[in-house]
Design a protein around this ligand. Structure first.
Ligand code: BGC
Length: 242
């Protein structure tokens, strides 16, 4: 089947048509800057532009950077607060004329890894993290997704929220050297190791491409690996879940 997968992010909204059997793109990826303020209506209009670009008519899967229950947006840490309470499935379907299903962005990316990447054959408890503007998480037990885990919001020192301490946005904002940031990120992973005892941690998002720059700083016992699908996982997973 060929399905349009869309990854909605704070800076860009990206889509491609995906072959759900092979997990490969059948079109080029199309990206539109996320208009600001990114209210639900503005996002819905941008999705409609992506649909028009591909001249597409069919099911659509979307990754969205928030807790999503039955298509309803429940949180807004890095997005416009007006998103909270909106039924995104309904709104995006109305604007695009297609059947749209929305899920948490990290769950979607982790799901793609589960199907086509490293979590595929993994039995036990695996934690997938996306490191970007925020930190997203997806939890898998014996290959099954436990949705909306939000481990980017655990407390670090002095009640500092983890994604305000160790995200890629913080690394850039504070101009941290990879080694310095790597040590911070390791402290965060230590915290997660204590709470969850995962058997494998997979790092996704743009930062996973730079894994070699900070991997030496990761001293936790749990094996940590970069994701295989890199930043295509958001689009591929969204198409698969639709
Ligand atoms: C949000 C998560 C999201 C993550 C990555 C966090 O701020 O709370 O829902 O998965 O950012 O985008």
């Amino acid at each position: 089947m060929e399905i349009l997968g869309i990854d909605i992010g704070g800076s860009g909204i990206k889509g491609a048509i995906v072959n759900t059997k092979t997990g490969e793109y059948v079109t080029e990826r199309h990206r539109i800057e996320t208009p600001q303020p990114a209210t639900p209506e503005v996002i819905a209009e941008t999705l409609a532009k992506i649909v028009k670009h591909f001249n597409y008519n069919g099911k659509i899967g979307c990754g969205f950077p928030a807790v999503i229950q039955n298509g309803v947006i429940k949180t807004a840490s890095n997005i416009d607060k007006s998103c909270i309470g909106v039924n995104a499935n309904k709104l995006f379907s109305q604007h695009t004329g297609c059947d749209v299903k929305v899920y948490n962005d990290a769950d979607v990316a982790g799901f793609a890894e589960l199907k086509f990447g490293k979590v595929k054959a993994f039995k036990g408890l695996a934690l997938f993290l996306t490191i970007g503007t925020g930190i997203g998480s997806a939890l898998f037990y014996n290959g099954k997704l436990i949705p909306n885990s939000e481990f980017g919001h655990v407390y670090m020192h002095n009640k500092l929220i983890a994604e305000h301490f160790a995200s890629d946005a913080v690394r850039k904002k504070e101009d941290l050297k990879w080694k310095v940031w790597g040590k911070r990120f390791n402290q965060y992973l230590k915290q997660l190791e204590k709470i969850l005892s995962p058997e494998l941690i997979i790092l996704g998002g743009g930062t996973s491409k730079k894994f070699d720059k900070f991997s030496e700083q990761l001293t936790i016992k749990t094996p940590v690996e970069p994701a295989q699908l890199l930043n295509h996982a958001g689009i591929i997973g969204a198409a698969l879940l639709a």
